[in-house]
Design a protein around this ligand. Structure first.
Ligand code: PLP
Length: 327
């Protein structure tokens, strides 16, 4: 697919600003944290935007809520549908509850019980399927048609992208003069939204996407000049196990990003441990991508002001302990 001929117009910074208005008083304005230890160690000034403290524990609430808040009355009555076993599911479930509309989430029947329970806990109906014999996209399409529900994808959607961009918008309001911004990257909803905000608010700021070394499809896509699809990557960064960018996220990233760097699983675990030990923060593996990219991605940050977007903090504590123990 050629992104330059993408049919609908790409979202803009105006859409990010409109999303910020909708999220006002609903999403948390998350804190920006510092670490003098890291600043001394690196000779740079780091500013952490902590979306691990966002509602439901990740930035995905921003995009989910923004998308659902734009439903027509007829759409709202039928409700929202999502397929996801991760943070997007909880974002849609919580947003639907706040907006008083039905939500159904399609999840594999062998998803961790804690995730099924959390999604049900937000009031959504969970529809399970057998991921070895059934195709989740086909199931979701069928349910969307049968029930008239509106399917909200996790990243390749203009309203989702605009909502995610409000995180970087807030960071740049709080810290206007950033030289660099590092953003965790899966399907590219967060990165493309952050790019819309950064290009408008801090045009000189260099923005890097950081994806798992084992799943560098976006880096390959950027180099090749077209969307590259890979097999589901094996990495501890479960929120970034995407196979390909979407046509909308690819078009924005290709146009605006400085570059894409990668991080290995041991580097992610190392950064998770740093967050726990030095900053007393629980950050999930995918949320540690941005710092890992800043520290180990080969970009010279001496004397620079560096923004790091921490995307989320949802991790099973048993697994968390194991990952930290292995470093
Ligand atoms: C979804 C997710 C990502 C990746 O976001 P994309 O918009 O798909 O690039 C990163 N971190 C966390 C915690 C996530 O939930």
């Amino acid at each position: 697919m050629n992104a330059s001929v993408h049919a609908t117009p790409l979202p803009t910074f105006d859409d990010v600003q409109a999303a910020a208005q909708r999220l006002q008083g609903v999403a948390h304005r998350t804190p920006v944290m510092r670490s003098s230890t890291l600043d001394k160690l690196t000779g740079a000034e780091f500013f952490f935007k902590c979306e691990n403290y966002q509602r439901m524990g990740a930035f995905k609430f921003r995009g989910g809520y923004n998308a659902l808040a734009r439903f027509s009355p007829a759409q709202a009555q039928r409700g929202a549908l999502a397929f996801s076993s991760g943070n997007h599911a909880q974002a849609i479930a919580l947003s639907a509850r706040i907006l008083g509309m039905p939500a159904a989430i399609v999840m594999p029947e062998d998803a961790p019980a804690a995730k099924l329970d959390a999604t049900r806990g937000y009031g959504a109906e969970v529809i399970t399927y057998d991921r070895f014999t059934e195709d989740r996209e086909a199931i979701s399409q069928r349910i969307a048609q049968e029930r008239g529900m509106t399917l909200i994808p996790p990243y390749n959607h203009a309203d989702v992208i605009a909502g995610q961009g409000t995180s970087a918008m807030e960071l740049l309001q709080d810290v206007p003069q950033l030289d660099y911004l590092f953003v965790c990257l899966g399907g590219g909803g967060l990165l493309s939204g952050c790019l819309l905000a950064a290009k408008a608010m801090a045009p000189g700021c260099k923005v890097y996407g950081v994806e798992p070394e084992a799943g560098n499809d976006a880096q390959q896509s950027l180099r090749k000049g077209e969307i590259v699809k890979i097999a589901t990557p094996k990495t501890i960064a479960d929120g970034a196990q995407t196979q390909a960018l979407g046509d909308i996220t690819y078009a924005i990233i290709r146009r605006d990003v400085t570059d894409i760097v990668t991080a290995s699983d041991p580097q992610l675990a190392d950064c998770m441990r740093f967050y726990a030990e030095r900053m007393k923060m629980v950050v999930e593996p995918t949320g540690a991508l941005s710092l890992a990219g800043a520290r180990f991605g080969g970009v010279d940050l001496q004397g620079a002001r560096v923004g790091v977007l921490i995307s989320g903090g949802n991790v099973d504590l048993g697994r968390y302990a194991q990952l930290l123990d292995a470093v």
